[in-house]
Design a binder for this molecule. Structure first.
Ligand code: SIN
Ligand code: FE2
Length: 203
């Protein structure tokens, strides 16, 4: 794809429908132990439109106190469930990074959820990419450069697509403009799941 931010790798249809179903089944079992919660913005307490949970030794949370990684679920107080092996295997194949990720953020988007432009900067090590896996309804993903308000490009992320944000794109502004309802039958009630895998600490 031309004009793409350097370091951004788009792998459409990386997971076939059978693999998507298998991943969904693994996620359901883990999300049952670590339920989706509604994060709120630091200071203002304004709720996000996405619901989220995490898998792995560290999970990303946002509340009035700020953004951070922590080892436990904010509501249950229990450790996050482990990242499924089939999810780790995708990171091992596509990340080009020699250590496993520590965080798998699970974002659930209902039909009207979006995610405003932001950069992922709460990690210690930006040498590792962010690897994103999409399941369910397609969504319009937008990515710009290192500064807010710069030129952007959009990409439609569909069920089974993998996106690797490495190199310069690792610190680019990005977000989700909107979900395209009715574009997938994977989730019975519609909506979209996005997993983002991240290395948090420096090995
Ligand atoms: C994110 O930036 O955390 C999520 C991106 C996506 O939902 O595709
Ligand atoms: Fe992000």
């Amino acid at each position: 794809m031309s004009g793409m931010t350097p370091g951004l790798r788009y792998l459409p249809g990386y997971l076939d429908p059978t693999a998507q179903q298998a991943m969904l089944a693994e996620l359901r079992a883990r999300v049952a132990e670590a339920p989706l919660f509604t994060p709120v913005m630091p200071r203002t307490g304004k709720p996000f439109s996405v619901r989220m949970t995490n898998l792995g030794p560290l999970g990303w949370v946002s509340d009035r106190a700020g953004y951070r990684y922590q080892p436990t679920h904010p509501d249950t107080g229990r450790p996050w469930p482990p990242i499924p092996e089939m999810v780790l295997n995708i990171w091992r194949k596509v990340s080009g990074y020699p250590h496993d990720p520590e965080a798998c953020l699970v974002n659930f988007y209902g039909q009207s959820a979006k995610m405003g432009p932001h950069r992922d900067t709460d990690e210690e090590d930006f040498a590792a990419p962010v690897v994103s896996i999409s399941l369910g309804d397609s969504a319009i993903f937008r990515i710009g450069g290192p500064e807010r308000g710069g030129k952007t490009q959009s990409l439609k992320l569909s069920s089974g697509d993998v996106l690797v944000m490495g190199g310069q794109s690792r610190l680019s502004y990005h977000g989700i403009d909107r979900v395209l309802p009715g574009t997938s039958t994977l989730l019975k009630d519609g909506g979209r799941i996005n997993l983002t895998l991240r290395r948090v600490t420096r090995p």
